[in-house]
Design a protein around this ligand. Structure first.
Ligand code: SAM
Length: 280
């Protein structure tokens, strides 16, 4: 089993099921969450997510049409070369890392959850993938050396970080990328309580979907509202935030596009030579 890296910074966020276009009923279904020694805490829907409890759920989601489509988009934009050293941030059960490994020199699959890491390490072993390693750690403190990777990829991890944490993770990505290295991030890209047409349309679509499900859906909607208000829900940022933050972090060739659903994809490159950031 290839689990490496410090046991630092374990983050326990909460994840809502409705992002992307596929059915995610199973995200919070009780009884599907038996992984390792993880235990369910009381009122866990109002607490930060314990990712160790959600390995099985994430396997289901990784099978969804929506996530498969995102995988193809991310890897298509990453244009991996056989010499590339790749880092997958928030690798989960390996949706991107497993597909990237045959096309790259090496893959580091970073995740904050020890259970996800153990599970993915087992998948690497069983698949005979010898050029991939899991890396236990936080996106805000990536346990890799400066310039250690050529390409960073990520799918649906960043909305579990607050904006400040996203910024710190992007600074870490900038650090571990080699000069000229590239970045492709897919994530939810809208503001939950935002006022743009897209924000409002997505929130309304989610509310309608929940209401159509009757009392259980309404309850779920209320829980989501309370979680967002209490600061333990998802924290997606919109396309403008991503564009501005990537440019401010010093990335070049920045392009950020929204998708037909709530997702978006950001692409950028670390400059080939050092640049001065605004204010430096
Ligand atoms: C929705 S899952 C996506 C997993 C995978 N990328 C995929 O597409 O199936 C989010 C993943 O991000 C991980 N994660 C959440 N916060 C993190 C952080 N601060 N640093 C690293 N990983 C994190 C979780 O443990 C989880 O595996």
């Amino acid at each position: 089993m290839h689990v490496i890296g410090p046991q630092n910074g374990q983050r326990r966020d909460h994840l809502t099921p409705e992002h992307c276009s596929s059915d995610r009923e199973h995200w919070s279904a009780p009884g599907r969450l038996a992984v390792g020694k993880a235990r369910r805490r009381p009122s866990s829907w109002l607490q930060a997510k314990d990712w160790d409890m959600h390995v099985t759920d994430l396997e289901y989601v990784a099978e969804s049409v929506g996530f498969r489509d995102l995988r193809e988009r991310v890897l298509g934009l990453a244009r991996l070369r056989a010499t590339d050293r790749v880092l997958d941030v928030g690798a989960g059960t390996g949706l991107l890392a497993l597909a990237a490994a045959p096309h790259a020199a090496s893959v580091h699959a970073l995740d904050v959850s020890p259970a996800m890491c153990s599970h993915l390490a087992g998948k690497f072993d069983r698949s005979g993938i010898s050029n991939a390693r899991v890396l236990l750690g936080n996106a805000t403190d990536i346990p890799l050396a400066d310039g250690a990777v050529d390409v960073v990829i990520s799918n649906y991890c960043f909305h579990h970080l607050g904006d400040g944490e996203k910024g710190r993770a992007l600074a870490q990505i900038m650090r571990v990328l080699r000069p000229g290295g590239r970045l492709v991030i897919a994530d939810m890209m809208f503001r939950i309580a935002g006022a743009s047409g897209r924000d409002l349309a997505l929130s309304a679509r989610f509310a309608r979907r929940m209401i159509r499900r009757g009392p259980a859906g309404v309850l779920r909607l209320l829980k989501n509202v309370i979680r967002v208000l209490s600061g333990c829900g998802d924290q997606p940022a919109d396309v403008d935030w991503w564009r501005e933050t990537l440019v401010r972090a010093g990335f070049v060739d920045v392009s950020v596009a929204s998708l037909a659903h709530e997702g978006g994809i950001a692409c950028a490159r670390k400059p080939a030579s050092p640049v001065r950031l605004p204010g430096e």
